[in-house]
Ligand binder design. Structure first.
Ligand code: HEM
Length: 225
């Protein structure tokens, strides 16, 4: 088999960047915001969801494989695309510049937000050794505190809006560049559908934030049987 050329590798990496934005990262974002929104139903269902995740066998392996490695690859390639934006506007066939600029900007904002978000949730959880049923009270305590400050509310609002925009606009770009939305009509209708998905996810995320802010209820660790 012939060795792939530099251009072919470059093209393949860009395609993989585009694909990882949808699966697994986009899929994770949708599930993550849905699971977190259980908090609006009550603190008990929310605690159960954290318990379920934190009692998964091989949790760290699953997280590294399906979240952190794809996230790192997508971020590194994203910054590469930002630095080579001119050629890529062409390559991705994005329409006009406004949304494409916002796509790059929101990606960078989400990257910074994630450093804060993981630095205040997952990192202290691992550092303090809060595993299994001890994770939920620990994490809920942190979130209760974060959402009582205007700084916390601002950071999460910016993070949620940036992430949902980046995902829904990226979904449109993905469908156009992979030849799923062909023709002006399809692309216009697709834009409406994806904007609605983005809006719904934003409402879900912000409802969660509002619930944490209005009802910061602490919980005891679930008793394992
Ligand atoms: C309502 C807003 C949000 C809340 C309440 C929330 C809550 C949490 C919690 C509690 C964890 C730790 C889970 C655990 O270790 O068991 C977590 C992890 C994480 N969050 Fe969020 N999050 C929110 C929004 C977001 C957004 C907008 C993004 C994407 C930009 C995001 C990305 C992540 C990632 C990548 C992880 C690490 C996943 C893992 O290691 O399992 N989160 N979040």
């Amino acid at each position: 088999m012939a060795k792939p050329s530099k251009d072919e590798i470059h093209y393949l990496l860009l395609k993989l960047h585009s694909l990882t934005g949808i699966v697994p990262i986009g899929a994770f974002l949708v599930v993550h915001l849905c699971v977190n929104s259980l908090r609006t139903v009550g603190v008990w269902p929310y605690q159960l969801s954290i318990d379920a995740i934190n009692n998964l066998p091989f949790l760290l392996v699953i997280e590294i494989t399906f979240i952190y490695i794809p996230l790192l690859f997508h971020s590194v390639m994203g910054f590469y695309v930002i630095h080579h934006a001119k050629t890529n506007v062409h390559r991705y066939r994005y329409p006009r510049n406004g949304l494409y600029t916002l796509q790059r900007l929101s990606g960078a904002v989400v990257f910074v937000f994630l450093i804060y978000h993981l630095g205040t949730t997952v990192a202290p959880k691992l550092w303090e050794g809060k595993h299994y049923f001890e994770a939920a009270p620990f994490l809920i305590d942190i979130l209760n505190g974060e959402f009582q400050t205007w700084q916390g509310l601002l950071v999460y609002t910016i993070g949620i809006v940036s992430a949902t925009f980046h995902f829904s606009n990226g979904l449109w770009g993905f469908c156009v560049s992979w030849g799923i939305l062909i023709g002006e009509n399809a692309q216009r209708n697709g834009a409406i559908v994806f904007a609605a998905i983005g809006l719904a996810l934003t409402v879900l995320g912000m409802a969660t934030v509002a619930e944490f802010n209005m009802n910061p209820i602490p919980v005891e660790a679930t008793v394992a049987r």
